[in-house]
Design a protein around this ligand. Structure first.
Ligand code: FES
Length: 93
């Protein structure tokens, strides 16, 4: 099972392959705020430190939102849009 590390609290948990990162965040009480949960509002922005390639690729809506926020740099993602396919280490903003 993929390991997910939340750098802010230095916690690592295991989650199911293909699960949503936002579910792991909620289940563990990690302090990331969500708004639309559709990749539009940008509230749930995170910085991915390791394992970017282990998250499902950015889709059009998320890409547009990141671009509007000037955060389309390959390191930032919208947590509500991320599916976990392997080990990931990230930080809440
Ligand atoms: S909650 Fe709105 S983009 Fe994630």
């Amino acid at each position: 099972m993929p390991k997910v590390t939340f750098k802010n609290s230095k916690e690592t948990i295991e989650t199911a392959q293909g699960s949503l990162l936002k579910d792991a965040v909620r289940e563990n009480g990690w302090p990331i705020a969500f708004g639309c949960e559709d990749g539009v509002c940008g509230t749930c922005i995170i910085q991915v430190h390791n394992g970017k390639e282990n998250l499902a690729p950015v889709q059009e809506t998320e890409e547009q939102t990141l671009e509007m926020m000037c955060m389309k740099d390959g390191e930032h993602r919208l947590c509500c849009q991320c599916k976990v396919n392997g080990d990931v280490e990230f930080e809440g903003m």
